[in-house]
Ligand binder design. Structure first.
Ligand code: ATP
Ligand code: MG
Ligand code: MG
Length: 360
């Protein structure tokens, strides 16, 4: 059976690899001919809005999903006319626009940083006055890995922020002085079965996820995060993996953003959970029973960004697995990751410290 995937980045590649043991083949649509996914599965090389390519993908696949967040909504509509598409287009649409996303969080009573739409310099001045400083000005669309963001600390930052980002529709958000960032990865199948992974703790630098540790055990936060994800899943009549990133402040969760797809902070589940996020996503969109989401030990996942260390230097450490995405090195590009899974947190943390030193 074939699963169609919009986008053939590393997330698509890991979906395809998870599909093989299940007898599934993933077929990709992506404009980039030497994408990571295309190295492990058939690739339709074309634009996401190319009607012929979309028709081919829909014809070949029993179900279509996506690993790329900026699939045009018109493509989702077209695909949806010919084949089941999961997660739902409305969830993708909400995640593509930070203003819609945060408006939805607010509507569903999921705490989120105070925000305001910014369509002009005067809006920004007003937002900074009303919401206060520090804050962050973000493009509503197309941002990832912290791109399209400008932190504002003082009133003097307003004009430079505006001149850098002012051409696009924007959102101003209150800066949250968080004690920690966590994410919850949940999965719901087309049959309504729902499971959640344990929370993971995420460390970002300059807006890019550097490393994740899991499980992050905190029963009240786990319960609260699951309640919020269930609300979102019910709202969208969701199927597939859903990730929400949260700030933790004074023991409370504040939702930063959602991703209606498998997520970088869930890469540890390949070795560190009974069933990986990738396998569970495939099971979910195909209506198969979901796999156990329990952690098997203590894991840490470290991203390799810009440069990839030699595999041998990583693999000689006990409990460590290496993943290369087959991408050309470029500054700030995610080229691979590694995961350590060990029985104790202390042993995991020891190896994690070594891995963080080996990154460059
Ligand atoms: P991703 O690659 O996760 O999709 P992104 O480009 O969509 O990232 P965000 O998740 O909004 O960007 O922001 C990246 C990081 O910047 C956050 O993980 C957090 O560390 C910091 N950040 C963003 N918004 C805020 C905020 N309102 N308050 C404090 N820190 C923030
Ligand atoms: Mg994002
Ligand atoms: Mg983020």
């Amino acid at each position: 059976m074939k699963v169609g995937i919009m986008g053939a980045g590393q997330l698509g590649r890991m979906l395809a690899l998870a599909g093989y043991p299940l007898g599934l083949q993933c077929e990709f649509l992506d404009p980039n001919q030497d994408s990571p996914g295309g190295q492990v599965g058939p690739l339709i090389s074309g634009g996401f809005d190319d009607r012929e390519c979309l028709a081919r993908l829909a014809r070949d696949a029993a179900v279509v999903t996506f690993e790329f967040e900026n699939v045009p909504m018109a493509a989702m509509d077209l695909l949806g006319k010919c084949t089941p598409v999961w997660p739902p287009a409305e969830a993708l649409g909400a995640s593509q626009d930070r203003l819609d996303e945060k408006t939805l969080f607010r509507r569903l009573k999921i705490p989120t940083p105070e925000f305001a739409a910014v369509d002009g310099l005067e809006d920004l001045r007003r937002a900074a006055r009303r919401i206060g400083l520090p804050g962050i000005l973000k493009t509503r669309r197309l941002g990832y890995d912290g791109r399209g963001q400008y932190p504002l600390r003082r009133l003097d930052d307003i004009e430079p922020a505006w001149s850098l980002l002012g051409k696009a529709p924007l959102i101003y958000e209150k800066f949250i002085a968080f004690s920690r960032e966590v994410s919850l990865i949940g999965v719901r199948s087309t049959r309504g079965e729902t499971r959640f992974y344990p929370l993971c703790a995420n460390t970002h630098e300059a807006g890019i996820l550097r490393y994740t540790t899991a499980p992050y055990r905190n029963a009240p936060l786990q319960k609260q995060a699951e309640t919020y994800l269930k609300r979102l899943m019910r709202h969208f009549d969701y199927a597939g993996v859903l990730t929400v990133e949260f700030f933790v402040r004074r023991g409370q969760l504040i939702a930063n953003e959602m991703a209606p797809r498998v997520h970088n902070s869930g890469h540890w589940t390949i070795e560190g959970a009974r069933t990986s996020q990738f396998e569970n996503h495939l099971r979910a969109v195909l209506g198969l029973p979901l796999g156990d989401t329990a952690a098997v030990g203590h894991s840490a996942m470290v991203n390799f960004i810009g440069t990839l260390p030699a595999a041998g230097n990583i693999l000689r450490l006990s409990g460590v697995h290496f993943h290369s995405y087959g991408k050309e090195p470029r500054p700030n590009r995610k080229l691979g990751h590694c995961t350590v899974t060990l029985p104790s947190r202390e042993a995991r943390d020891r190896i994690l410290r070594t891995l963080l030193k080996l990154r460059a």
